[in-house]
Design a protein around this ligand. Structure first.
Ligand code: ZN
Length: 140
């Protein structure tokens, strides 16, 4: 049985759409741009086998894919332009450079914490070796 022909991908117009299922979540996925959704949830019902449940999820994912409300391309372009405008607006503000400064400081602090953790571990091992050597010498 071949897979039914599904509506093309709303993002790239790709036609290679396949369903995929992992951990109880089943979606259709565009193999061209990897867009996926909507998520089909279908709980295992009493009396249904895992395979039957999988088929119900697959059918539900296909139904959701086929009945999704596509956002018109003009609206997407409008929203993308708004995002760009907002990103440009915050790009050169003092808050922006302060945020970047704090992010760099956080990275340096994280590196220092890792270095100190390594040092603590090294000292613990040296301490254990010294204790072992002392105990060996103290043994009659
Ligand atoms: Zn696509």
């Amino acid at each position: 049985m071949s897979a039914p022909e599904l509506k093309p991908c709303p993002f790239c117009e790709g036609r290679d759409i396949r369903w995929t299922s992992d951990k109880g979540i089943t979606v259709n996925k565009c193999l061209n741009c990897h867009a996926q959704g909507p998520v089909a949830r279908w709980d295992l019902h009493h009396g249904s086998s895992a395979a039957e449940t999988m088929h119900m999820r697959r059918d539900e994912a296909q139904r959701l894919w086929e009945t999704r409300a596509d956002i018109p391309a003009a609206r997407i372009a409008e929203l993308e332009a708004e995002v760009k405008r907002l990103l440009d607006a915050i790009a050169d503000t003092p808050e922006r450079s302060r945020i970047e400064e704090l992010e760099h400081q956080a990275d340096r602090d994280t590196d220092r914490i890792h270095d100190l953790s390594d040092e603590v571990e090294r000292l613990r091992e040296a301490n254990a070796e010294l204790r072992a050597a002392l105990n060996k010498d103290a043994t009659p």
